[in-house]
Design a protein around this ligand. Structure first.
Ligand code: 13P
Length: 255
């Protein structure tokens, strides 16, 4: 099963709308076409301008969160339909920063994942252990539970389109990336967890990214691994030069 690699930048709470526009202008004609799916997940305030500026180029736009309801009295929230109406195609769900600082739970992650599919948005569902869990040998148990809870109630057709990002919390923004072999080990385990939840066909199609201190100079080592289909990148996605180098590096690793 040939899976198309997917590289997604997660800008987190960075860049004004004007800075987002400048970034789009700098990368759009240089992004490689076809061999790798490319996504920029930006703050809500930059989504519209990014969709407009990138619509004829091979770079898709994603949000970093959303509510699961279609509308209602939820001050400060954004609904799935608001995103699709802008032309947004992807949405990050359950990033560890949202779980840690904004009370995101496995239950809300599941609701949001189902809502994303109901609105034809592709969810990038984040899972990953903290340092204590890693050192206590609990990584797989923890990640398995997060994956199973996230995919509850999805159809096989939906699950095939799902993107899972394995992001060990201790590797995020720390410069201490997981070794490619360790990431492969957990990601192949996540794939077998998807097989348990659905079947071998779904497991063969679901795309699983690694995230956590991915840089232009280490991305190829992850991409060389058989089960790693791409990366979710924070810091190194913030400058056009580094973002384009990530795309090049990703292609190098999957030759
Ligand atoms: P860094 O690439 O900055 O470590 O962030 C990873 C991340 O959290 C992407 O979602």
């Amino acid at each position: 099963m040939q899976r198309i690699p997917i590289i997604a930048g997660n800008w987190k709470m960075h860049k004004t709308t004007d800075e987002g526009r400048e970034f789009a202008h700098a990368v759009r004609s240089l992004a490689p076409e076809g061999k790798v799916d490319t996504v920029i997940c930006a703050p809500f305030t930059s989504l519209d301008v990014l969709v407009q500026e990138l619509q004829e180029y091979p770079v898709a736009v994603g949000a970093q969160n959303m509510h699961w309801e279609e509308s209602g009295a939820y001050t400060g929230e954004i609904s799935p339909g608001m995103l699709t109406n802008l032309g947004v195609q992807y949405v990050i769900i359950g990033h560890s920063e949202r779980r840690e600082y904004f009370a995101e739970t496995d239950e809300t992650v599941n609701k949001k994942t189902k809502a994303a599919f109901a609105h034809k948005l592709i969810p990038i569902v984040c899972v990953g252990e903290n340092l204590e869990q890693r050192e206590g040998g609990k990584t797989k148990e923890w990640v398995r539970e997060q994956v199973l809870r996230a995919v509850e109630g999805l159809s096989s057709e939906q699950a095939k389109q799902l993107i899972i990002a394995y992001e060990p919390i201790w590797a995020i923004g720390t410069g201490k990336s997981s070794s490619a072999e360790d990431a492969q080990d957990v990601i192949s385990f996540i794939r077998s967890t998807v097989e348990d939840a659905f079947d071998a066909q779904v497991a063969a199609q679901v795309r699983i990214q690694y995230g956590g201190s991915v840089k232009p100079d280490n991305i190829a080592t992850y991409m060389e691994q058989p089960d790693i289909d791409g990366a979710l990148v924070g810091g190194a996605s913030l400058t056009p030069e580094s973002f384009l180098q990530l795309l090049e590096g990703a292609l190098g690793g999957k030759k």
